[in-house]
Structure formats: C-alpha cells, structure tokens
Design a protein around this ligand. Structure first.
Ligand code: GLY
Ligand code: MN
Ligand code: MN
Length: 513
C-alpha cells in the first residue's frame, strides 16, 4: 500500500527534485471537486470524553517533585519525533522515557508532543502538553498526509480528549515557539536535549537571541550543563518506583513469564528449523505484542555457543538438543514499563553434568546477591556478593590463573573474563533505567524501598577459549530476575519462573508433554 500523490512532474524526472520522487509511484487526485468530496459526507464524530488515565495522578506527583528541583525555570521535555526506518516508513513511535514518565502517556502517544513545566508567579509550575491535535476532515492532512493523516494512520486526540485523559492543560504544538520565547531573557530554559533535535535547536536559538539582545552571552557549555541537570533529575526521579509503576512492573513480569512458557512449548519447532533461534524470538514476540506494547529490548535467543555472546540478537542460529538456550527477554506493557528476565534452559529438557555445575555456580552467585538486598544496603555490594561466589567457584575448578582473593582485588579481576558485565541495573520504563543518575545515586547509593533492579550474574565460556577445559567451552549461563526492594528486604518479582536446575527441568517437562 502506498501513498497516492498527484505530484508527478509534467517536465519528466530530470526537472523533479529527488525529495519529490517518492510520489512517482502513484497519483493522488488533486482537483477542487475531489477535495470537496473528500471533506464531505462523514458521520458526526462521537464526542465522549475519555476517563482519566490511572497513571495521571501519579504523573502529576512526579511533575511536582521535578518542579521542586527547578523553581522559576521553564522545563521542556519533548516526546521526540517519528524516526525513519527506511525511506518513507517510520519505526513505531515510542516516546522518550522522561516524557512518558511525567505525562503518564504510553502506547504510541504522542509524536512531536512537548511537555512544558511553566513557572508560575506564585511558585511551582503549570504543566502544559503541546501536541498536534486531530485535524478536521476538511484539511489537506486528513487524507493527504500519509505520516500523520487520520485517513492513513488513524485519528489522534483532540485537545479536549487529551486534557481529559492526562489532566494536563493542552495546547496546539504551533503555540510552542511563542510559549518558549515568553519573557525572553528573564526565564531560565532547560530542555532534555536528546529527545528531539528540533526542539533542542529551538531552545538553543532562543538562548542565542536572548544573549545577543542582552549583550551578555551565556556560554553554550553552561546552557548544556543546565540542560544536563534536568535530564539527570528526570532520571533520578525514577530510582524509586511509585505504586502505579510497581503494579505495571508486575504486569510486565507476568506477561514475560507467559512468553517464556510459550518459548518452551515452541522448542520442538525450533529444533526442527534451520534458524531455531528465530522461532524462539518469534514465539516470545507474539506474546509481547498480544499482551503488551512490544518487547522492551531486542530478545536475546542464544543457543549453544551463541549464549556466550552477551548481546546476541542476530538470533539466526540452530537450536540443538544437548545444548543450552539462553533466553533474555522482556515484555514492555502498554504503559512502557518492561521486564528484563533471563533463563538458561537445556534444549533437551535435562542439563548435562557440566552444564548443571556451571548453572549451579551462577545460581549460587544470584542467591548471594539476593541476600544483600534490603533497605540501607549499598547497590554496588549486590554485584560484589555475586563476584565472590563466582571467583571462588572458578578457583575451585582450577580455571583462575591466580587465587580467588587475588582475582577479586581491583588489580586482578581475572574472573571477569567469564563474567564481564554488571550484575544489576535499575529497571522500569527503560530497560536500563535511570541511566543519567549520578554515581552517588546509583552504584554508591543505599537501596530504598520501591527500587526495582535486576540481579543477573552469568558465566560465559566461549567455544574457542583455550583458558578453560574443552568440557566447559560453548557453555553460557545467565539467570536474571527482577527485584523489588521492600521495607524489610526484597521481593523477587520474577520468582514465578523456575530458577533451580531441578525446577527448570520439571517446568519444561510440564510444558512439553
Ligand atoms: N537484556 C539486557 C540486560 O539484561 O541488561
Ligand atoms: Mn538486564
Ligand atoms: Mn536481560
């Protein structure tokens, strides 16, 4: 299906700009009679104000906390634009996480929108959502714009609908430049720079003209630092999840557990297919789209030696009995919160002796990491506990060239050859959530109730690793769970998926009669 256009040049292709050539594949009528006909004879739209989204009051509270950090400043948080996948087809829209968190908008809402926290005279901020509202059927956009037009991609919200849904004051996106320019030179602007290049340029241009007008140029470096402080604050705001977010994480993990069960049911088909890893990826993706918005990140469906490649997302290999399948996958629910879970499964349904030995070491490391988790513990100590177990086990197996103690020393670290990644990361609306948080708020921070993060130790022995005996080569194991810090300790949100080798085998047997 292609957009129809009337733009074919009567002068032939030589006189036609390249940017216009996409219209050469078809013709869209442009007569006045056609335009009049297209804008006529449509049924009245039903006007039923939508109910407020359950996320709205939580988003309002989050905005309040951000407002407290930047009194008097105008805060600009774009959703981001549509992104081209190829030529004239876009990726599905996915809003910038700070925007989603502070508006409560998930799904595919709302490309090009911008949330502005406008400083109020009496302190605090008023939040305004600028976006492109539904265009009338009498507009060219309605049937003539394949990227935004209702005829092509479906109806957008009206301003009134968006106000009812979000509880935000809403305004047309065309009003944004003037809104940002208001009180030029007296109000400090801060923008999340990475979200939308066009909005960032707009803010930078406004700053430049303010500076020219006042003759006292603020350096672009200090403006960027002010912007970075906003991105940092928006990221740190997500370190402790509210009740809505925790509920969404539970939904994401439950849908993910369903997806893992579906994968086990698909193993027979995967084994029979030359690209069995794709069968696995597809089985999980189907559940993710059915139950949620999408996968929260590209699924790692890694069989055999591929499991030792940390970010194996090509997923084009075979799935063979006798090997392990490392499946790292998460469903992102419609609110955009995602799970991030890994299980390592014996394709045959039963671990070999050496696979079980490696698996047990990783499980022990995970359990040691879990044992650290309680309010007041330090985030980095979760990783340290897992490393102690793995270094000891590698020493026991005779694989380390030094003692476990020497390896654990910062000047050693030889065990990291086989466990090169971190054990934990915050999780939420981004799979690697809170990525702009300061070190003292992340690695060096105390755990607090409401934090959600992964525990995901692994051991990876590549097929060509001559530092280990042949029997270990080609084995990769990771066990990844999603953990909520509670008042008294933790809750393993992904505990419904089996973790011990015996439980994994029994679970697989129950799903593959
Ligand atoms: N799936 C990405 C990660 O585990 O961090
Ligand atoms: Mn992870
Ligand atoms: Mn993962």
């Amino acid at each position: 299906m292609t957009e129809q256009s009337d733009a074919a040049s009567p002068d032939g292709p030589e006189g036609q700009p390249l940017t216009d050539r996409g219209s050469n594949r078809s013709q869209r009528p442009a007569s006045a009679a056609f335009r009049a006909f297209m804008s006529s004879a449509w049924a009245q739209r039903r006007v039923v104000p939508p109910e407020q989204d359950p996320a709205a009051p939580f988003a309002a509270d989050r905005r309040g906390r951000l407002s407290d950090r930047f009194p008097g400043d105008r805060l600009v948080l774009p959703a981001g634009p549509l992104k081209v996948r190829s030529n004239d087809t876009d990726y599905r829209f996915r809003a910038h996480s700070a925007f989603a968190h502070l508006t409560g908008l998930g799904g595919e809402h709302e490309p090009d929108a911008v949330l502005v926290l406008e400083p109020s005279a009496d302190g605090g901020h008023e939040a305004v959502l600028y976006f492109r509202p539904l265009a009338g059927r009498d507009t060219e956009e309605f049937y003539g714009d394949a990227r935004y037009g209702e005829f092509w991609v479906g109806a957008r919200w009206t301003l009134e609908e968006a106000e009812a849904l979000t509880g935000l004051r809403c305004a047309h996106i065309d009003a944004l430049p003037d809104a940002l320019a208001k009180d030029a030179g007296t109000v400090q602007l801060r923008v999340v720079r990475e979200a939308d290049d066009a909005v960032t340029r707009l803010v930078d241009d406004l700053r430049a003209s303010d500076a020219t007008a006042s003759g006292s140029a603020e350096s672009s470096e200090s403006a960027t630092q002010e912007d970075d402080a906003l991105a940092e604050a928006a990221s740190e705001l997500r370190l402790v999840k509210d009740a809505y977010e925790i509920e969404q994480m539970r939904l994401a993990v439950a849908a993910t557990a369903d997806g893992f069960a579906e994968v086990v049911r698909s193993l027979g088909r995967a084994e029979a297919h030359r690209r069995g890893e794709r069968v696995i990826e597809g089985a999980f993706a189907a559940r993710a789209r059915e139950e949620g918005n999408a996968v929260g990140y590209d699924t790692i469906a890694a069989a055999g030696d591929h499991a030792t490649t940390l970010h194996w997302i090509r997923n084009d290999g075979a799935v063979r009995s006798g090997e392990l399948l490392l499946l790292d996958a998460g469903v992102e629910v419609d609110s955009l919160y995602t799970a991030d879970v890994t299980r390592t499964l014996p394709v045959s349904g039963e671990f070999s002796e050496v696979q079980r030995r490696v698996y047990a070491a990783v499980l022990d490391a995970a359990d040691a990491a879990f044992a650290v988790v309680k309010p007041g513990a330090i985030f980095r100590d979760v990783h340290a506990a897992a490393m102690e177990v793995l270094a000891a086990r590698l020493e026991e197996w005779g694989l380390l060239p030094v003692s476990a103690a020497e390896s654990l020393d910062p000047d050693g670290q030889q065990h990291r050859r086989w466990m090169p990644h971190g054990t934990s990361h915050h999780l939420g609306i981004d799979v690697h959530d809170c990525a702009q948080a300061r070190r003292e708020m992340y690695l060096d921070a105390e755990l607090r109730p409401g934090m959600v993060f992964t525990i995901e130790p692994g051991l990876y022995f590549k097929a060509d690793d001559l530092a280990v005996p042949a029997s270990y080569r080609g084995i990769g194991v990771r066990i990844e769970d999603d953990v909520l810090v509670t008042d008294s300790g933790y809750e393993n949100l992904s505990a419904a998926l089996p973790r011990t080798p015996d439980d994994v085998e029994a679970w697989m047997a129950s799903l593959r009669p």
